[in-house]
Write a protein of this length. Structure first.
Length: 747
């Protein structure tokens, strides 16, 4: 209904107005402003009272960032990597708030958005960058203005919009370590004066950097193809309609695990094996000789925007779908011992609708953002545990017929089919008022109402529900309903003096993550008689900070202190000494997390840019609702560290650009490190990371007209092999050092 109304309003076009001044020529010895939409309207990053880190496209290209995991070193208190055995599942923790289990029954508390469309599952959220304009990472609860379940923060990717005025494109080819070969391309094509099309595509292939000693194959390889398009219709300066679509098809091998070594001094304990130098870290012993990882995802969205004066109306309609069939090793035992393969076949689809209103007065004394958001999702996942065959090898083609090696429908070994249907509706509003020019006050509120229906069936054959000895079907349905009110209050004060500008801000906000279900539970008796919903999490976050620029915009210094009161924390953890590893989920209790974040960027001379960050985290359980079963590792379980919460994390970065005949050369690099941190709830020694360090470097040449460019880059230059994720007795090592060279041609 919104489209014809906006088309009628557009019949009398007016000049478009924005919240930002017209662009001016940027001096080469000052820092360029970065425009963000953290408050759902365009504004300078330095004038937004939100803890936000923005990465513009110029830096993405210069530092050869190819995937979402590359931004982790650029954002304070962000941990972002591949989730355990997956290749496209995103493991995200922000300020200590995150989710370690990728199963669909657990909603990620850090939302990933592409062009304001939520990617609701961690699976397929760790994607390649393609034709981006910028990335924004919003730290802390964003429940007032953003989607659902953003109690930890939000990662916003903004793609480049079609250009109505010129035909242009870019293509690049990359070759690198382990027979890597990438091809990417983008084309912008004006069709008429008010219609333009932009298309992009990618192909990424790599042999793989590990060896499976069971059969000698290369493993951990990459095989990804994908693309996206955007069709813009802009009949006037006030109305725009954008149709977007994307797809990705991935056949990469699942990540292979390393088994931890038994501790000879302490039976039942294990030792970490990820400290370098260790020549065997890339050699895996796995029965999974025919790895399975078939991931197909895609979606479409229609965005309608009408803007005139200080009135903004938007409608965002989106559909997304995902299919993921994966089988990965959970034990990594040598042949002859019991080996366990986890098999999952997931199907998901989502429909979302958002309406948004923006209002303000001509003098910018007040502004209002309000909206409605609806979300509908269905998930189902055939899940089974299979054993390796008598030859010590597992062949994943069994999965497509029936997991015949599952041991039969009894106890913990039965194939089962969990399903989840979600309906979420919310209304939100945020009002900002500027009583005097330097002071701004903001208040916002979001009401969320959510219904979930969880169904699970245990199977005795393809599509056949197991019949219990007493004649009952081994199936159950659980309904639950949650509602929440999430407020946010903020104030900021602008300061300006000779050679400096600053903004001081403070805020208090609440985040809400919906309740969940233990989709890993596979004990028939527990599921049918005792299983219940997992209560929602809440996070109250308090911040004070300053954003400042000094020395005539040559130095940018932003600092924030925050405290999170984290309630009803939902954990997924592995039970000790269970074979196969049995994952359980519960509300473990409450915690308090506090920290300081400092970001610095400087341009001391026109050709040199230096930047860095330092972030701290201090965490403490304030209440334990139930014992997580960790008394074998700590005397008082309240002393447990939360996952992915190093005391200190820091990054130093530099780039120098110099003119040469025919163009310019850029030299860049970064160093990032962290103090020790734990990956697992019980803080077992094998799950503790005490050697995290990353060094990345680039050297690039670009012609004066920008049409040709070549970049030589390296990731993990020191070949540091730390643990990126682990469960039970296995862990996943970081990728080794890789070197690649890219040739780019713009036209």
């Amino acid at each position: 209904m919104l489209l014809p109304v906006l088309a009628y309003l557009a019949a009398d076009p007016q000049a478009r107005e924005t919240d930002t001044p017209p662009p001016t020529e940027q001096r080469s010895d000052t820092l360029a402003p970065i425009i963000v939409t953290a408050e759902r309207r365009e504004a300078d990053q330095q004038r937004v009272p939100v803890s936000v880190t923005a990465i513009p496209t110029e830096r993405i290209e210069a530092e050869d960032m190819r995937g979402l995991d590359r931004i982790a070193t650029s954002v304070p208190n962000l941990y972002l990597n591949r989730n355990f055995g997956t290749t496209s599942g995103a493991l995200i923790f922000l300020r200590g708030v995150g989710e370690g289990d990728s199963i669909f029954t657990n909603d990620p508390p850090v939302g990933v958005y592409v062009d304001d469309v939520l990617y609701p599952r961690s699976t397929a959220s760790l994607f390649d960058f393609l034709d981006l304009e910028r990335i924004e990472v919003l730290r802390g609860p964003q429940g007032t203005l953003y989607g659902r379940n953003t109690s930890g923060g939000a990662i916003k990717l903004v793609t480049r919009a079609p250009d109505l005025t010129r035909t242009e494109g870019v293509a690049d080819v990359t070759v690198g370590s382990y027979r890597r070969f990438d091809v990417r391309g983008t084309l912008n094509l004006p069709i008429t004066s008010d219609l333009a099309l932009r298309v992009s595509g990618i192909s990424r292939l790599q042999r793989g950097w590990g060896h499976n000693l069971t059969n000698g194959d290369h493993v951990n390889g990459q095989d990804v193809q994908g693309g996206r398009f955007a069709l813009l219709w802009q009949p006037s300066d006030t109305l725009s309609v954008t149709l977007r679509g994307d797809f990705a098809d991935e056949g990469s091998a699942p990540r292979y695990p390393q088994r931890f070594l038994p501790d000879p001094q302490r039976p039942g304990r294990y030792l970490p094996v990820f400290a370098e130098p260790d020549g065997d870290i890339d050699n895996f012993t796995s029965p999974d000789t025919m790895p399975l990882n078939d991931t197909r995802t895609g979606g479409a969205s229609l965005t309608v925007r009408y803007r005139t004066g200080k009135l903004n109306l938007s409608s965002i309609t989106a559909w997304r779908a995902l299919h993921n069939a994966i089988g990965f090793d959970q034990t990594a035992n040598p042949p002859g011992q019991t080996n366990v393969i986890l098999l999952q076949d997931q199907n998901q689809h989502t429909i979302s609708q958002e309406f948004q209103l923006g209002l303000g007065d001509a003098q910018d004394r007040w502004s209002l953002t309000a909206g409605l958001f609806g979300f509908w999702e269905h998930n189902d996942q055939l899940t089974a545990i299979s054993l390796a065959g008598p030859d010590g090898r597992y062949h994943n083609e069994d999965f497509f017929a029936y997991p015949s090696r599952s041991g039969g429908p009894t106890g913990n070994w039965s194939p089962y089919l969990p399903q989840l249907d979600t309906r979420s509706a919310s209304a939100y509003a945020s009002l900002s008022w500027r009583p005097v020019q330097a002071l701004s006050l903001s208040a916002g509120l979001r009401f969320t109402d959510e219904i979930k229906t969880y169904r699970v069936r245990f199977l005795s054959g393809p599509g056949v529900t197991y019949v219990l000895p007493d004649g009952r079907l081994a199936a159950r349905t659980i309904h639950d309903h949650w509602s929440d009110v999430s407020p946010r209050f903020a104030l900021d004060y602008q300061l300006k003096g000779k050679g400096f500008e600053a903004m001081i801000f403070a805020s208090a906000s609440k985040g809400f993550r919906s309740g969940s279900f233990d989709g890993r539970a596979r004990n028939i008796d527990f599921v049918l008689t005792r299983q219940g919903p997992i209560a929602p999490e809440t996070v109250w976050s308090y911040e004070v900070g300053v954003k400042s620029e000094w020395l005539d915009h040559r130095l940018r210094a932003n600092a924030t202190f925050f405290r999170n009161d984290y309630t009803n924390i939902a954990f997924s953890a592995a039970r000790a000494n269970s074979t196969p590893p049995e994952i359980f989920r519960q509300n473990v209790g409450d915690a308090r997390i506090s920290g300081v974040e400092l970001e610095l960027t400087a341009r001391p001379v026109s050709r040199l840019e230096l930047s860095g960050l330092v972030s701290t985290l201090s965490d403490k359980f304030t209440r334990l609702a139930a014992s997580p079963g960790c008394t074998a590792f700590v005397a008082d379980e309240r002393d447990l560290d939360l996952r992915f919460t190093p005391d200190v994390r820091y990054t130093m970065r530099g780039a120098y650009t110099m003119p040469v005949a025919g163009g310019r050369i850029r030299l860049g690099g970064e160093y990032s490190a962290a103090s020790p941190y734990s990956i697992a709830l019980c803080n077992e020694p094998q799950h503790r990371v005490d050697n995290y360090e990353l060094v990345n470097a680039q050297i690039g040449f670009e012609t004066g007209d920008g049409r040709w460019g070549v970049t030589l880059s390296a990731t993990n230059l020191t070949d540091r092999r730390f643990n990126t994720g682990s469960v039970g007795t296995i862990g996943y090592p970081a990728d080794p050092r890789q070197v690649q060279i890219s040739l780019r041609r713009a036209f």
